[in-house]
Ligand binder design. Structure first.
Ligand SMILES: Cc1cc2nc3c(=O)[nH]c(=O)nc-3n(C[C@H](O)[C@H](O)[C@H](O)COP(=O)(O)O)c2cc1C
Length: 195
């Protein structure tokens, strides 16, 4: 699949098969994060691969899912939880005003390489950082940016042209639909507003 096709196909996954992602695949995903671009080449990131079932459950208990959906539709139900997490940290020593951009590029690299390996993901910023720090013994000089929930997908969300609302929803069959602003809505040519 071309990078373009991957990018078009990529959707956030919140339902997972209970088949473990091999550690070698998780390491490949992280390896693609560490190779991302960063302002001044500071590479402010570090990553924790979490794949032991005991710790996966503990991290999972400190994540929030799909804020637009009713409680019963958002988080993965029992039996469809992620099987691994990558916790994304940034080292305060390498902080710059562009750290957020750097982290964003690294995480998107990881999401796309995961997908190339047939691994679905949900990037989660709504997390309990105090608990996760304690559970994984993360030193104070590292800020916890977010976590990437991972696993083989058990759902296939669909994108559609955004009409009014940015809110994704599940239909009566549980299928997730994700509105995306159209090319027409977001692209100008030569002068702003010229479509
Ligand atoms: C920085 C960032 C933080 C996010 N945090 C959460 C989160 O806390 N929980 C969640 O379920 N999804 C989270 N998402 C996923 C978004 O909800 C998702 O990307 C958006 O609805 C568009 O869907 P798509 O990724 O399938 O295109 C986050 C995405 C980004 C980029």
């Amino acid at each position: 699949m071309s990078v373009y096709e991957l990018v078009q196909k990529r959707r956030t996954i919140r339902r997972f098969q209970q088949k473990k992602v091999p550690l070698i695949t998780l390491r490949k995903i992280v390896d693609s994060g560490r190779m991302g671009p960063s302002a001044m080449n500071l590479q402010p990131w570090e990553f924790i691969i979490v794949d032991s079932p005991e710790f996966v459950v503990k991290v999972f208990d400190n994540t929030k899912w799909a804020g637009y959906l009713p409680k019963e539709q958002g988080p993965p139900p029992p039996g469809e939880a992620p099987t691994a997490f990558i916790v994304v940290l940034h080292n305060q020593r390498f902080k710059s005003k562009w750290t957020g951009h750097d982290i964003g590029a690294a995480v998107e690299n990881m999401i796309l390489v995961a997908l190339e390996e047939s691994v679905g993901s949900c990037w989660i910023a709504s997390i309990n950082r105090v608990s996760i720090r304690e559970i994984l013994r993360i030193p104070e000089e590292f800020e916890i940016d977010s976590v990437l929930a991972l696993g083989y997908p058990a759902e296939e969300p669909l994108a559609f042209d955004l009409d009014e609302s940015v809110k994704y929803f599940r239909d009566e069959n549980g299928q997730l639909h994700v509105p995306k602003r159209t090319m027409h809505a977001v692209v100008s040519h030569n002068k702003f507003g010229e479509r």
